[in-house]
Design a protein around this ligand. Structure first.
Ligand code: ZN
Length: 167
């Protein structure tokens, strides 16, 4: 059972929540994991109950590198959650991980939503955010038993063209 307060919000993940409990337990150890189907070998995110490719219910947690590319993003100017009011504007990114890109079909990939933060876990400046930039996972320790996977810009050059909303 994880029970923690984050920015004024109560986050509870029950012992029977196999979708996310293991994910956040690994995050506390600063490991990023995906559910991997043990029948066909493909990973998935979000960590749903059945494999979206072969429908098998058999799975295990598989650690991934946490490296990827910004697939899409938005800048939040109006925080709906009051706890985020003092950090607006802040970027929210969709990260496409390096693992399993274009597998099993072109356009498929492991993508997750996260905050893009700097080394002090403050929101990255909008001018630095762009589709196509390289990122890597960082783990923000919130409490003794809870850490949030976040992403920061990496030192690697972008593999292709980058694009950002006109500033
Ligand atoms: Zn499968």
């Amino acid at each position: 059972m994880i029970d923690v307060e984050y920015r004024g919000m109560r986050i509870q993940i029950g012992d029977n929540d196999t979708e996310y409990l293991g994910y956040f337990q690994a995050a506390r150890q600063h490991r990023l994991v995906m559910k991997q189907c043990t029948a066909c070998g493909l990973m998935r995110f979000p960590p749903g109950a059945a494999c979206p490719w072969c429908q098998s219910l058999a799975w295990r947690w598989q650690e991934v590198s946490g490296k990827g590319t910004i697939y899409s993003y938005e800048i939040v100017y109006h925080a709906i959650q009051p706890g985020f009011r003092d950090v607006t504007p802040y970027p929210v990114v969709v990260v496409e991980l390096d693992e399993q890109k274009d597998v099993p079909n072109p356009g498929d990939g492991l993508r997750l939503v996260a905050n893009l933060v700097d080394a002090q876990f403050r929101p990255e400046a909008e001018a630095n955010v762009a589709i196509g930039k390289r990122v890597e996972v960082v783990f923000q320790d919130i409490s003794e038993d809870f850490a949030l996977p976040q992403f920061k810009l990496s030192d690697e050059p972008p593999p292709g063209p980058v694009w950002q909303f006109p500033l």
